[in-house]
Ligand binder design. Structure first.
Ligand code: TYD
Length: 137
């Protein structure tokens, strides 16, 4: 059983900005620890909404609040942790097989998500009890 601290990582992207403003680059294989195959973004979610509530058999993710803030609860069936995404230079890397819930979205939240896999609904585990059975053997 892997430790949660080995399954997630906080990434701190350098700011390449200058007097004209900020510039953050996230390249697959360097700042992002995988080749990027999919990008999606979540915005317009109310503060009471909980999104995610799933784990992925293969997909890894990097989540970045490029605007606004949100919280991500990560859980591996044994340990859990809450990470606040509160700046555009911060990324949260999640390995596959980590349960995640995104919530507490600020009105201006734009949560950008990068993944190493194309979308495949078959690799999503959306039931927490099923998730526990797959990770705790
Ligand atoms: P869902 O996984 O429920 O979103 P969240 O993780 O934010 O809770 O996805 C919502 C809908 O969008 C669902 O019908 C599946 C679809 N979807 C795709 O088609 N491709 C994707 O890459 C994602 C993330 C979702």
């Amino acid at each position: 059983m892997e430790k949660l601290e080995d399954q997630i990582r906080i990434l701190d992207f350098p700011d390449l900005g200058d007097e004209r403003g900020n510039l953050v680059v996230v390249e697959g294989g360097s700042a992002i620890p995988f080749d990027i195959k999919r990008i999606f973004y979540i915005y317009g979610s109310d503060s009471e909404v909980v999104r995610g509530s799933h784990a992925n058999l293969r997909s890894e993710f990097v989540m970045i609040n490029v605007a606004g803030t949100s919280k991500v609860k990560v859980d591996n069936g044994i340990e859990s942790r809450i990470i606040e995404l509160d700046r555009p230079r911060m990324g949260l890397y999640l390995k596959n097989n980590v349960w995640k819930e995104m919530y507490d979205f600020s009105p201006d939240s734009v949560l950008l998500v990068l993944s190493n896999e194309h979308y495949d609904p078959e690799e999503y585990i959306r039931d927490y009890e099923t998730y526990l059975k797959t990770v705790i053997k």
